[in-house]
Every structure is written in structure tokens, then in C-alpha cells.
Unconditional design. Sequence first.
Length: 495
Amino acid sequence: MRDPQSSAPYLDAIAAYGSRGSGRMHVPGHKGGPGADPGLRAAIGERALLMDVPQGLYGVDLGVDITPQLRAEALAAEAYGAQQSWFLTNGATQGNHALTLALAPPGSTVVVQRNSHASVVDGLVLSGGLPSFVAPAYDDALGIAHTVVPEHLDAVLQATPAARVVFVVSPTYFGVSADVPALAQVAHARGCALVVDQSWGPHFGFHPDVPESALRQGADAVLTSTHKMAGSLTQSAILHVADGSRLDVSAIDRAVRIVRSTSPSSLLLASLDGARRQLAVHGEALLERTMRGRAGLIEAIEASEGLVLLGPQLRGAEGVHDVDPLKVVLDVRGTGATGYAYGQALGAWHDVHPELATDTTVLLVLGPAERPDDLAMVGIALQRTATRIAADVAAGEVDADTPRIAEPLRAPTSETVIPPRDAFLGPAEAIPLSEAVGRISAESIAGYPPGIPALLPGERITPAVVEHFRSLLEAGARLHGAQDPSLETITVVKG
Ligand SMILES: Cc1ncc(COP(=O)(O)O)c(C=O)c1O
């Protein structure tokens, strides 16, 4: 019998509608192409416009026993090993909003990894939940945060007996995954559900050389940002509740609905259906090809003076349980340049663009279906850039003395005195940073890297926080979330 995973019911349903010349007396107004700007039509192609259809079409969403979207979501649940899965068209951001709304009701306490994605604290602004933070392990030399260590989580849970849910991130942006089985054990022993933001690991569990998915390691709910590391279109993601979890699936279902558009993009939904099929049916073989290409890339990196591949030597460090081979993290300090300068040179000289550059590193993201030849080309670009930039640094043409970013403030540092919701939605005013000590923040501000928020809505502003902002500004770090990026002013709760 044909494996049901090799079908893509939603993709097939809208492709069929798009190709049969139906009378399109419905939105969108481009009517499958004729009403679209010719430039757009030429750029994205008529097929994409033909498949851009609304919800509620007869034969797609109406007049069928089980809609193709529900069948597609059930196939995703089966492929990932979930009890139930939801397709999201506003990214993993939508998933975090839905999870906080469903699991962190007004006045409830939840334990949250301090450097969780902004959408978790934004979700608490929506829901009215109160966070108690657990810090991730931190690499001082590289300025990179890793994952939450089970013993730290246990200590925070012991001090927060009212908490019933824990939100952690695994893997990190840099591909480091947490000891999810141990985190789940700790959370469950303290009567809490474990939510894992696995946005960076939609491919986890689909090849023996990539880490296992948190869904199969005891997590209760898991978010996968399918567009990041798998084959779906930007802004699409999947939220899963694990088999055997006692989370209230209907509460999550309701929450997913209130944070979604009434007109979700059929293209995004179809791309999720296709990405799931590709991972389920061909994932292992495609990832195998990526691994082959990666081996060549690593050889080129190892032969490059000044470049060090991080990953192997991270193993064993606190907060590093496993490492995703699809994240290639280079320590570029040996070239004499910062990661920013190296990343810019790579783009300018070879048209190769990294995912991220930091003070000390450059991060390259591999996909599940890389062609070895393409990665060989990237390897050559990395090598040549390293040689040329080292020569330029030696000749004084690149400023090797760019100030390094001050040591990031360790979180949690500030006391949460009112719920993020009250701080964010209540009356607020912008005041000079120099007058902010003692006031309650109405905004979130994180220096990048490492992206650990130094201040969140509802927290009291301390002298150490103000000092930290000053050193970040001096070092030229990027500040995420600040309403006034120069930080001459800061938005605080009024009164
Ligand atoms: C850990 C984590 N969670 C959630 C998100 C939000 O994902 P999306 O961009 O799909 O909304 C991100 C985005 O970078 C992220 O890094």
C-alpha cells in the first residue's frame, strides 16, 4: 500500500483548483493572475497566483467530510509523532502567542527561559501571565548563550511552586540542543508541562546525524518553524502537542484561532504540506546529501587559516547536549577581524551571505537538500575571504581594534514587579535613560549578541541595567526592541 505520507492533500487540492479554469467569483481580486500587476506576475509566476485562493472553497474546504487542510495537519502530526498539529501562517511567533494565551492565563506564573524569542514575552503581554525566568548556560569567551541546564530549571521551579508550565528553547540559533529528556523529567516531577520552542529544528529526528525531536523526548508542546530549516515558505510554521501529553488540546486550538488571520495564505499552507511530505518521505536521503556536502565544506574551513569550526569543541560544555550539523558556526577571531567585518567581506567579495555575524563568529545555515558542489563553492569563498581579510588586517586596511562588545549582563537581573501585560498596555512615558533608575520598564530591550533581554516590560530598572546599556551602545551593539534605538530615552510605566 502506498505510504499516506507520500500524499499532500492540501497542496493537491489547491493545485487542482488552480489548474481547472474555475469561475473565480471570489477574492483575491487578482483572480488568479489577470488582476495582478504584470511585474508581480512575471516575478512570481502565474502558477503561484492561480494557487492563491481563499478559505471556504467548495470542494476544498466545503462539501467534503474531512477538509484537505485537516488531513494535511493529521499527516504532519503522524510524521512528527504528535497527538495534534496546527499549520501556522504567521510563523512560530503565532505559535508562541497561542501557547502563552492557552497556557499562561491572567495572573498565572510560568517559568520562561530568559532569552526566549520575543514572541513569548509578547504572548504574556497578550495573556496576562507572569514570568519567572530561568537563565541559559552562557559561553563567556564567545558571547553565546546555550540552553537551560536541568539543575538550574529544577532550582527555579523549586522557588516557583505555583508554576504549571515551562517554556524553553532548543535548539538555539547556533544549533545547540538541550537535554530535553532531563528537562521534561524535571518539569514533570514539579507538576509542570514542558513547552519546547524547536523553531530552529523542524528537521530534527529525520536523520541519524541530527538531534532527536523534542516531541519524542518528553516535551508536551513543540514549535517547529518549518520555513527556517525545512522547505516551506517564509512565515509558515507548525505547532505540535505531543502524544500522551495531558495539555488541553482544545484550549490550544481556540488560542491558535484567535491569533490567526481569517484569510490564511493558501500558498503558505500548501508549502507546509509539501515540506512535511518531503521530510517524511525523502528527508533522510536529502539530509544525507547535505551531510556529504557539509563534509567538503568542513575540510575547506579546516584548511583556512584563521577560521575555527565551533561545534565539535562545544560538546561537553554546560548547556550543550547535542549540536545540529546544519548550523556551521565559525569563530573568525583568528583572522584578526570581527565576525561583522568577515561576514561583510564574504558578501562583498564572493556574494556569499551568512545567516548571522556576531562580534566573534559567523553563522552559516545549511538546508536539508544542499548540493555538494554548491557547498564546495562556499568553501572556496570562505578560504579566500579568510586569507584576504587577514592580509588586509595586517596591512591596516581593516580595523582589527573594533571594540569588542562588553560582557553581556547575566539574566535574570531585574525584579518583575508588575505583569508584562500591565506594563506594556498601561499608561507609559518616555524619559531620559539617565533618569530611569528605579522606574518600571514598559518595553523589552536586548543587546545583540547574545540576545538575552536585559530588560522586559514590568521589570524595575536598576543601575546595573543602565550601565549595561551604556557599554553596549559604546561597543556599537545592536539593541533589539528599544523604541528609541539611541536609548537617549526609555519608555517606562507612568507615575
Ligand atoms: C527561537 C525562536 N522562536 C520563534 C521565532 C519566531 O519565528 P518566526 O519568524 O517563524 O515567527 C524565532 C525567530 O527567529 C526564534 O528564533
